[in-house]
Design a protein. Structure first.
Length: 256
């Protein structure tokens, strides 16, 4: 279902040949597209709790589905009602089985610690991009090394506070150049030598490259330019919302 009112996915008039396809295969393909879209754009849980119409997105987060998503929403609401809202990916571990949390957590977005509505915009930090918590340590170290000169030079202590500062700097316009110039092959070798990554892990440098891409463009929407009228013109939006076609089921003189 695509909404709280229960709009079926297959009811969307996406193409005139949809009825000619087996429903099961079509449903799998459309669901896969929605999962891919949610993975690319992420889900802001705080926004979902404030705006009910956004909650159906949660079911398309990897590892969840409709049943687990509904249970997660109820658990989040219960936590909020007790004055203990979930405010980080780590805290989300309280509400999800470990395997589900591991699959889903990288696609949930949380605001930087301490930021509230009305504050000036800040860099989203690691909690606001597609960097999994299991590699926060390596990502924050990478940011710290990249921004060392922009902070206090070699005298800067390496701790949680300075790494957080370095991460926010890395995600700013000021730090973008420094991050782009990182020698990722050398940093991957450092991780091997320090034992933070198993030697022989062929994906280490690729993971670091993906981290840099996320730091520069968190949850970047790669679907292209929507144009001045948005992703859909008014006629197409009407067709998708109503299930009617302005060139087919609806025409001048037709009775509805």
């Amino acid at each position: 279902m695509l909404s709280q009112s229960g709009v079926p996915l297959l009811s969307l008039p996406l193409h005139p040949l949809m009825p000619s396809l087996p429903e099961e295969a079509l449903s799998r393909a459309l669901t896969a597209e929605l999962v891919d879209g949610v993975c690319r754009l992420g889900v802001d849980l705080d926004a979902c709790m404030q705006h009910e119409h956004l909650q159906p997105m949660i079911q398309f987060v990897p590892g969840l589905g409709a049943r687990k998503a509904a249970a997660l929403v109820r658990a989040l609401q219960a936590k909020a009602s007790m004055g203990k809202p979930i405010e980080s990916r780590e805290q989300l571990n309280q509400l999800l089985p470990l395997c589900v949390w591991h699959n889903a957590v990288g696609f949930f977005k949380f605001k930087p610690e301490g930021q509230v509505a009305g504050d000036l915009p800040r860099a989203p930090g690691l909690e606001g991009c597609r960097i999994h918590p299991e590699i926060y340590e390596q990502a924050s170290k990478m940011c710290f090394d990249a921004m060392l000169d922009a902070m206090q030079g070699d005298d800067t202590p390496d701790n949680d506070e300075t790494r957080l500062e370095a991460t926010e700097l890395s995600m700013s316009k000021r730090g973008a150049t420094e991050v782009k110039e990182l020698e990722l092959a050398d940093f991957a070798q450092y991780l091997f030598d320090s034992g933070e990554v198993k030697r022989g892990d062929a994906t280490c440098q690729e993971t670091l490259e993906a981290c840099v891409a996320e730091l520069l463009h968190p949850f970047m929407d790669t679907r292209g330019d929507c144009g001045p009228k948005g992703p859909l013109d008014a006629e197409r939006a009407f067709e998708l919302l109503s299930g009617e076609s302005l060139t087919g089921s609806l025409r001048v003189g037709a009775l509805t």
